[in-house]
Design a protein around this ligand. Sequence first.
Ligand code: ADP
Length: 308
Amino acid sequence: MKINEIYGMSVVLQNAINIDPIHPGRKSKTLFGGLASMSSQNSPEAMGHLIQQKPYYLSAGDEIKLFEVAFAAKIPLMLKGPTGCGKTRFVEYMSYRLKRPLITVACHEDLFASDLLGRYLLKKDETVWVDGPLTRAVRMGAICYLDEIVEARKDTTVVIHPLTDNRRTLSIDKKGELVQAHPDFMVVISYNPGYQSVLKDLKQSTRQRFVSLEFDYPEAQKEAEIVSHEGDIGMDTALKLVTLAGKIRNIREHGLTEGASTRLLIYAAQIIRRGIPVHEACRSAICFPLTDDARLQETLNDLVEDIF
Ligand code: ADP
């Protein structure tokens, strides 16, 4: 048996017999002669991806329980919801709670499968293989959070398919390696149905591999608590910002593609806290980022004047 030191403390055993993680009693031989990857949970790399400080997270319902159950059952998770409503913060919180490393990839239209898997790089006179973020997560047993997955190129979704069913494998064609996922590895994707278009939609063959959690803006009192905490301002101003957001979210159908996010409310709070007058802060942090349309801007300004 040939043993290669590939990445940090991970080793690849050629021609090894893999244990099926879903059915531990069942042994399987993998495509390329049976490659098993094992990475210490305490490897320096895994430790580097652990979240050290408890993230502030206000729960909206039973999403924490559902995440824990999905993690235990090795079921991939899809977080659906508008931008800036707390999906990323939730994953950070769960990573801390479960004491698992977190690797986040912000997907974009130039993201290729090879960006996730890894590539050969020239170092001095040698070519060395460097694992990409997904491969690292698979080896070390991290939670891999693929943020806005629909933005990525189509070949990336093909790569994650075998990871999201009972095979739990990652195929690295360029190396001729099939990596068996660490038992604690978990895929979480986020998806904003508001951006949905014919060109950028998640295929059924992909979406039907995930248990889905619906996210939305927190209910008013909770959202105000969040804005007050994160923006370090009083509850009275936070509540007014949330009221403003509520009204903006109601006029969404009349031309705005998305309502004001919790994130924007926090920005407004943060700049108010630092001395920017409240009207100006609302315009800069909430109204201007939402739309370029002059008529809509007027409507938004009127709402600000009404509330503050
Ligand atoms: P998304 O990933 O949905 O785009 P984020 O998780 O980045 O949004 O949320 C934006 C910000 O809103 C976070 O950085 C955090 O400050 C705040 N936030 C939103 N929801 C919550 C929540 N439930 N608990 C704590 N903070 C929250």
